[in-house]
Design a protein around this ligand. Structure first.
Ligand code: GTP
Length: 598
């Protein structure tokens, strides 16, 4: 195909503004897939994605579109992940296309992820076509949102396409706009050595790793021997093809085209987004710029509730890691929790997704310890240690100072809730960087410590704003602060899984809250249990859980034997979810709940 009949694009949007629904409509209207094969949302393949309505892994589809000008165009849509944790993958896949549809819910307006994603598209030099979705809703306010797009994002919006992805209204206009307003791919050279960008990869149970590529120069064919320029791997190509959206083999992929290759690659880990693919024999002179593997920023310990599940858990984790290069793990032993793994994630959503998959797909009950960030611990002898786990904190007397990662957070919120948001950010040691208005919405930018955000910031933000705030962040670097390790002692035994790094000024408040929570969460025993928070050897907060007076079965008046038995059985079942610390049993939920701060 001549390049002038190709359009490569992505759709950028805030979560829930209708990206997937629009993608499905485009596919449906062009007859790319028969009506009966339409699933709810074609591009969101994984269950968790569907359930939560979020797109985690990028996907792609090729659409043939006979335009009004009489020519048939090839439209390649790359579906990019919409969540902040995957910002890096988004920025890479955007390099593979020339334009974006900016979808904004006309009843909601611009949100934090709209901004983050559209800026990424602008950085990739995209032509951008604004699309106002959900115009069928009574609350849709097209004029207001157009003005907002112009004021906040700074792009022309008077000719925004107005659609309802739900009813199908305006979809033909979107297709015409793609052809008329988005550019064709820039000229590539068919005869030059192969230069292709690795846009994404995923694991297929039957085929192994499938790699999505965008060809810049040269031609990719079945039988070629290819080389990944950054990771160095070489492979024989078994197949090349396109998604329509079903996998369809083609003879070759040429400049400007997007498709897949299958080369018996064993693990997704060997394919890094942004890498350059070339031919082993005739290599291209220069790799594509800007390759940087994504690194985990949030860490937590995952332990099986039932220690007998450890081997199953290891198998499951190894399997998951094969297909997720940004997920890391290493063995960890905890005095309290036994054998488990210290795992690294791109962010909290990523953590949740992996934990969910372990629990659901592999049927393993897990205890998750407090999420932590990486601290730079500078020692007095001039060396520096990266601390991934508060439990490994070296002796404070040897430490010179500690640096923590900071983020730039952008929050969009209706005026009415602004005060609550400012308070929340202030409480989390935030430094206000900017505050502007777009109509009745405020946009606040804060410099915040990542460790104050990883646990429940997002939940808190949603709850204080009744769900109306949107949030996005990026890392800005490390800064020194007065950080200390706080330990929790239950019945004088330190519970390592509850250790955390806190700011010195907040330690007491947090310690007190933690002790109070634990007092609620730990059931009474036959003896009195002191619950303490301490920094080094100094106790900063204390609660006492009083002893239980009577046997639980006492109230059954002796007579009713079945009831007594039932009660004991219930207790036994409950025990499975308990952890033994010295003489004290702590229920599993206590770990996660004790760390939630109100
Ligand atoms: P992520 O995959 O999480 O990024 O979300 P998304 O942007 O793909 O949103 P999705 O297409 O899943 O749509 C979110 C919700 O909005 C769904 O419940 C859709 O049915 C609904 N929706 C999408 N388009 C329209 C529309 O034009 N009108 C109305 N009323 N609802 C819509």
């Amino acid at each position: 195909t001549e390049l002038k009949y190709i359009r490569n694009f992505s759709i950028v949007a805030h979560i829930d503004h209708g990206k997937s629904t629009l993608a499905d409509r485009l596919i449906q209207l062009t007859g790319t897939v028969a009506e009966r094969d339409m699933k709810d949302q074609l591009l969101d393949a994984m269950d968790i994605e569907r359930e939560r309505g979020i797109t985690i892994k990028a996907n792609t589809v090729r659409i043939d579109y006979p335009a009004k000008d009489g020519y048939t165009y090839i439209l390649n849509l790359i579906d990019t992940p919409g969540h902040v944790d995957f910002a890096y993958e988004v920025s890479r896949s955007m390099q593979a296309v020339e334009g974006s549809l900016l979808v904004v819910d006309a009843s909601q307006g611009v949100e934090a992820q709209t901004l983050a994603n559209v800026y990424t598209a602008m950085e990739a030099d995209h032509e951008i076509v604004p699309v106002l979705n959900k115009v069928d809703l009574p609350a849709a306010d097209v004029d207001r949102v157009k003005t907002q797009i112009e004021d906040v994002i700074g792009i022309e919006a008077h000719d925004a396409v107005q659609i309802s992805a739900k009813t199908g209204l305006g979809i033909p206009d979107v297709l015409e706009a793609i052809v008329q307003r988005l550019p064709a791919p820039t000229e590539g050279n068919r005869d030059a050595p192969l230069k292709a960008m690795l846009v994404d990869s995923k694991y297929d149970q039957y085929l192994g790793v499938i790699v999505i590529v965008r060809i810049i120069d040269g031609v990719l064919k079945k039988g070629d021997r290819i080389r990944m320029m950054k990771t160095g791997g070489t492979y024989d190509v078994d197949d090349v093809g396109i998604y329509r959206p079903a996998m369809t083999a083609v003879d070759e992929l040429g400049p400007g085209e997007i498709g897949y290759l299958n080369a018996s690659i064993k693990q997704v880990r060997d394919t890094r987004v942004g890498d350059t693919i070339t031919h082993e024999k005739k290599q291209c002179a220069q790799a594509l710029p800007g390759f940087k593997p994504s690194v985990p920023v949030v860490f937590c310990g995952l332990f099986p509730v039932d220690t007998n599940d450890f081997d199953d858990m290891r198998d499951a984790i190894e399997k998951l890691a094969l297909n997720d290069a940004s997920f890391t793990y290493e063995m960890e032993t905890s005095a309290a929790l036994g054998f488990g793994f210290r795992c690294g994630f791109l962010g909290l959503l990523h953590l949740e997704v992996i934990r969910d998959r372990l629990e659901r797909e592999y049927d393993i009950d897990l205890i998750t310890t407090a999420p932590s960030v990486i601290y730079n611990v500078h020692m007095k002898d001039g060396t520096m240690e990266e601390l991934h786990n508060p439990a490994d904190m070296p002796d404070m007397t040897l430490v010179s100072h500690i640096e923590e990662p900071r983020i730039k957070a952008t929050i969009l919120v209706p005026d009415d809730y602004l005060g609550d948001v400012l308070k929340l950010c202030q409480d989390r040691r935030g430094i206000q960087m900017d505050l502007t208005y777009a109509g009745t919405r405020a946009m606040v930018v804060y410099d915040l410590p990542l460790n104050e955000v990883v646990f429940d910031f997002y939940d808190r933000l949603k709850s204080v704003t009744k769900g109306y705030a949107s949030f996005d962040y990026q890392m800005i670097g490390y800064r020194e602060d007065a950080l200390v390790k706080m330990q929790v002692l239950v019945n004088d035994e330190p519970v390592d899984a509850l250790s955390m790094m806190v700011h010195r000024d907040r330690a007491e408040g947090r310690g007190r809250a933690m002790c109070e929570k634990l007092k609620e969460l730990i059931p009474r025993h036959m003896f009195k249990i002191p619950i303490q928070a301490a920094i080094g050897g100094r106790v900063i907060a204390r609660e006492t859980l009083s002893a239980m007076r009577k046997d639980v079965t006492a109230k059954c008046y002796g007579g009713d034997a079945t009831r007594k038995k039932k009660l004991l059985e219930k207790q036994k079942a409950g025990k499975k979810k308990m952890r033994q610390f010295g003489k004290v049993e702590i229920p599993q939920e206590a770990f996660i709940n004790a760390l939630k701060m109100d």
